[in-house]
Design a protein around this ligand. Structure first.
Ligand SMILES: [Cu+2]
Length: 339
């Protein structure tokens, strides 16, 4: 049963192409449940084989860093008697082998067969219900960043506690506060459970939505491929150099919004620097007023924020960690700004 669930949850569901729109932009959407949506305005909506590479050769994974960028999962929605929206998801833990660079395999632990796990997206005030099935051979949980009762916190010894292989838990809480948040396993040894790949992004949109934009999710991570508690590969969305080989296409003079999360294990800090531009920075995304106009942001593990920028010039612009070691080991990419 669990295996079948894992396959269903992990296999990409129907993808709808809905450029720059949230389901709550229309009542019809809000009332109907639907799984994945890819807001793909830039020509890579199709399912092609994974094509990230150090040097042009391909890696093969069940997920594609380019699809993960704009893949927002709004869950299955229904209306509660009190009129509020209930959003439901199923997350399945599993043990799979992934490729973090051509030929570099990594025995990962995942939510829904991908790293990062699905980007869950709700609106402030929604009710969130996540059913967790442990199809892995190890105990896991889902710990949530946000404001919620202790029983929904996803740590061993509280509420449903540690979920053993084959076990199940339901986490239910209100979507608050608005911002960009994180979920991850909280079973010890914590560093191992996180570094193996058990994390994802939870976006809670404000009731009054942010301005329309081309939105991207970037989860900064790394992989300790020889188990010496140091990373051999650094990346955004798992595959080193994925966005060098194939740049992220954005539109000149139009608003680009990046949901940036740092889950890097074994290194105390991470950073993102954008070439040829500055961005407004909203720490944790909990305010609509930026705190800074800058071109570099530094994040400790678990920190996250929202970047908003418009590119005034067409062309290719690098983005990368400003720690040169990370850059050289995979954490770099290009924006390709087109008219
Ligand atoms: Cu775990």
């Amino acid at each position: 049963m669990l295996g079948a669930s894992a396959a269903t949850a992990g296999a990409a569901v129907l993808h709808k192409t809905v450029p720059h729109s949230h389901p709550w932009d229309s009542d019809a959407h809000a009332a109907s449940g639907h799984g994945h949506e890819v807001a793909a305005g830039n020509g890579h909506a199709g399912h092609t084989a994974a094509h990230a590479a150090f040097d042009g050769s391909a890696v093969s994974n069940r997920f594609d860093p380019h699809e993960i960028l704009r893949d927002f999962d709004y869950g299955k929605t229904s209306r509660l008697p009190n009129g509020r929206t209930l959003r439901e998801w199923e997350l399945v833990a599993g043990d799979i082998e992934i490729e973090v660079a051509p030929g570099v395999k990594f025995p990962a632990w995942t939510y829904n067969n991908r790293i990062p796990g699905p980007t869950l997206r709700a609106r402030e005030g929604d009710r969130i219900r996540v059913t967790f099935l442990n199809g892995s051979e190890h105990p896991h949980t889902i710990h949530w960043h946000g404001i919620h009762p202790a029983i929904a916190d996803g740590v061993p010894g509280i509420g449903s506690g540690q979920i053993e292989p084959g076990g199940k838990a339901v986490y239910e809480f209100d979507a608050e506060p608005f911002g960009v948040h994180l979920y991850h396993c909280h079973v010890r040894p914590l560093a191992e459970h996180i570094a193996k790949g058990m994390y994802g992004t939870l976006i809670i949109d404000p009731k009054e939505p942010r301005p329309e934009a081309d939105e991207l999710v970037m989860v900064m991570n790394g992989f300790d491929t020889n188990f010496d508690r140091a990373n051999e590969v650094y990346a955004v969305n798992t595959v080193g150099f994925a966005y060098m080989d194939k740049p992220i296409v954005v539109k000149r003079d139009s608003l680009t919004r990046i949901y940036l999360v740092n889950v890097l294990e074994y290194d105390p800090i991470n950073s993102l620097h954008v070439h040829g531009n500055f961005f407004d920075y909203f720490p944790t995304g909990t305010s609509k007023t930026p705190t800074e106009l800058t071109d570099t942001v530094m994040l400790c593990q678990g920190q996250r924020g929202i970047l908003e920028l418009k590119f005034p010039h067409a062309g290719r612009f690098m983005f990368h960690a400003h720690q040169s070691e990370f850059t050289e080991l995979g954490w770099q990419g290009f924006f390709e700004v087109r008219d």
